[in-house]
Each structure stands twice: as structure tokens, then as C-alpha cells.
Design a protein around this ligand. Structure first.
Ligand code: ACO
Length: 331
């Protein structure tokens, strides 16, 4: 007897961004930079930043509540909370456990994934597999970062790029349904960790009097090298998600790339011949919010009516590790 097909659908989305805004003009007062340079080289105009000491679970829970409300799902109905982040509340326990408590999702297991900017799509890959295997019916998937907690405000090559945010989606199992998550793809290359990393606080460099210099706890990035890999890997990932969904670029209604640099986005869009109206870009408002970037953009694009029911959306991301990942979702 043929198995009933199972689809994994996005039942609701939400986002949370801090109110405080840091503009390029503000950054001109902190480091030797200019609005002109930041805009031309990255596409960023401003970013939202959390007050120092804000736990990620605060933004993540807010985004999660909004996603649950839209999905009409009670916190107790959740089987799993999964969070993609590299800036969780504590080293342990997982940030997902803090969100579980704040939401009162007492029946949910809690899990964090560390895949930098690819974290939300990595999470989607795992959630899709768990739901399809029959191990969960309703899952809250969050991507969130307080990247300003590991920003070196004296390094102009990185501090102009990052912002704080959380984005969330409720994923639901539907028997016999079609659409939803059509494909996911995840990949990594651990030989290039040295190009983008945050060294301090782990077992290699625990926080001791000897290692407790701010330099150990901030993002280190070889921007130009990362840029080249990001273009190649995000393109490969997008291609692979299309192949796995058995689709062509022209079947895609909206392309939502990871928002790290406008020039990376434009290079990939050109390869796929996506017209500008099919590409969702909000980097000018938020900068690079790492694991939050894709779910934040999805939620905003849905709210604006750019992503509508029936639309096929292609997402592609790249981040520290290196990791890269992609998905096609039918809404
Ligand atoms: N203002 C003014 N000048 C600057 C600034 C600044 N903020 N930053 C660097 N410069 C200078 C450099 O010193 C350099 O000067 P020089 O030529 O005299 O040496 C010049 O500008 C060019 O520097 P590049 O690093 O070559 O600039 P580039 O065009 O590569 O842009 C950027 C830098 C924006 C960082 C780009 O390389 C980039 O976006 N890289 C990829 C980032 C990314 O995708 N990260 C992945 C995800 S992040 C994560 O996982 C957390």
C-alpha cells in the first residue's frame, strides 16, 4: 500500500527586532568609516541593536509568540523548539530551553543549532526530517542573534555589518497535503574555519584571567575571502535546492537570500537571471543578522504581500564554519 504523503507547512511566522537603531552616520562617530563606503560596499544603511546584556531568548520568544499566534497553535502543542544561533543566552543550557520556559511550552523538547548565518535553514532541514519521520507534529523554529554582543567596535571592517534580530516560524505536519517545504540542502567546509570565527569562551579558550581580553570574544572575519566563498556557495546551494525540488529558476516567485552584502545578493541574482522584483532585500534596514536574516525576511515579505499563498520561495544562506544551506518553500 502506498504511503500517504506528508507535507511540512509553515503555519505562521513572526519577527522581533530591537527598537534602537544605529545608522551609518552614528558609526562615522565611532570608527574611521563613511556612509558612502558602507552603502557602496555592503548596501547597509542602518541596523537595529539590542541593549547590552539583552538575552537572545527575549527577542526569540517575542518572535515565537507572534508565529504561534498566526498559526493558532498553543505553546503546549509544540513538540520541539529549535533555535539556530551563535549568540545564545548562556554557553549552556541551550537557548531553546529558555524560550521553552518563557513560552510555557512544557511538552516541547529543546535544541540549539550552531551554523552561524545558515542556522535557520540548517534547522529547517532537521525539522523537516523529524516531522517527516513522524517524531513531531508541531515545531517552533527560530533563527536569532545578538551579534552586537560579539562585535568589536574598534574594527571598522566588521562592526559596520552586523545587527540584532530574531525570526520564527511554526512548522506543522500535514498528512496528504502538498506544498510546504519542497526541498532543503545543507553543506559545510570545516577547513576554512579560520576565515570567520569567534574564538573565546569555548573549551579551547575558556574565559580565564589570561584569555579575558575583548579581542577573544569578538567576530574575526577575512571579509574579502569570505565574500568570494559566499557567492560560490550560495549559488551552489540555490541550484541544489531547485534541483531537489525539481524546479527551474523561472518557477520561483520570490528569492530570499541571506542578507550579508548587497553585492553578494546581486551577483547570485544575476547568475539565476532573477529580475529585481523577484528578490527580497532588507539589508539596508537590518544589516547582517546571521541566523535571523532569512526568517526575518520571510516574515516581512509575507506581511508586505510580496510572498503570498501558493508562492514558491527560494532561500539560500552562507556563514561561519563555513556552512551553507538552501530551501524551496511553497507557501
Ligand atoms: N569603512 C571604510 N573603509 C573600510 C571599512 C569601513 N567600514 N572597512 C574596510 N575598509 C577599507 C579596508 O581597510 C580596505 O582598505 P585598503 O584597500 O586601503 O586596504 C578597503 O576598505 C577595502 O577592504 P575590503 O575588505 O577589500 O572591502 P570589501 O570590498 O571586500 O568589503 C566586506 C568588505 C563588506 C566585509 C565584504 O568583504 C563582505 O561583505 N564580505 C562577506 C561577509 C559575509 O558574507 N559574511 C558571512 C556571514 S557573517 C557570519 O556568519 C556571522
Amino acid at each position: 500500500m502506498a504511503e500517504t504523503p506528508v507535507s511540512v507547512r509553515i503555519a505562521g511566522t513572526g519577527r522581533s527586532v530591537p527598537e534602537k537603531i544605529l545608522t551609518n552616520a552614528d558609526l562615522e562617530k565611532i570608527v574611521d568609516t563613511s556612509d558612502e563606503w558602507i552603502t557602496a560596499r555592503s548596501g547597509i544603511k542602518r541596523r537595529h541593536i539590542a541593549e547590552p546584556g539583552t538575552p537572545l531568548s527575549e527577542l526569540a520568544t517575542d518572535a515565537g509568540r507572534k508565529a504561534l499566534a498566526e498559526a493558532n497553535v498553543e505553546p503546549e502543542e509544540l513538540d520541539l523548539i529549535l533555535v539556530g544561533t551563535v549568540t545564545g543566552d548562556f554557553k549552556f543550557p541551550s537557548t531553546a530551553t529558555f524560550i521553552q520556559a518563557k513560552l510555557g511550552a512544557r511538552n516541547a523538547a529543546s535544541l540549539d543549532i550552531s551554523a552561524a548565518c545558515s542556522g535557520w535553514i540548517y534547522g529547517l532541514h532537521v525539522v523537516k526530517s523529524i516531522i517527516k519521520a513522524g517524531e513531531a507534529n508541531k515545531v517552533l523554529l527560530v533563527g536569532g542573534e545578538i551579534l552586537t554582543s560579539m562585535t568589536d567596535w574598534t574594527d571598522r571592517s566588521t562592526c559596520v555589518l552586523f545587527g540584532d534580530a530574531a525570526g520564527a516560524a511554526v512548522l506543522r505536519r500535514e498528512e496528504g497535503g502538498t506544498g510546504g517545504v519542497l526541498s532543503t540542502y545543507i553543506a559545510s567546509n570545516g577547513e576554512l574555519t579560520h576565515l570567520l570565527y569567534g574564538p573565546g569562551g569555548g573549551s579551547a579558550h575558556p574565559a580565564t584571567d589570561r584569555t579575558l581580553s575583548p579581542d577573544m570574544f569578538t567576530v574575526k572575519m577575512a571579509g574579502r575571502e569570505v565574500f568570494k566563498h559566499a557567492v560560490v556557495c550560495m549559488e551552489e546551494a540555490a541550484q541544489e535546492a531547485l534541483r531537489r525540488a525539481n524546479l527551474q529558476p523561472e518557477d520561483i516567485d520570490v528569492f530570499i537570500p541571506h542578507q550579508a552584502n548587497i553585492r553578494i545578493i546581486e551577483a547570485i541574482a544575476k547568475r539565476f537571471k532573477f529580475p529585481s522584483e523577484k528578490i527580497y532585500i532588507n539589508i539596508q534596514e537590518y544589516g547582517n543578522t546571521s541566523a535571523a536574516s532569512i526568517p526575518l525576511a520571510i516574515d516581512e515579505a509575507r506581511e508586505k504581500g510580496i510572498v503570498r499563498p501558493g508562492h514558491k520561495v527560494l532561500c539560500s544562506a552562507f556563514g561561519g564554519g563555513f556552512t551553507w544551506a538552501s530551501t524551496v518553500i511553497e507557501f
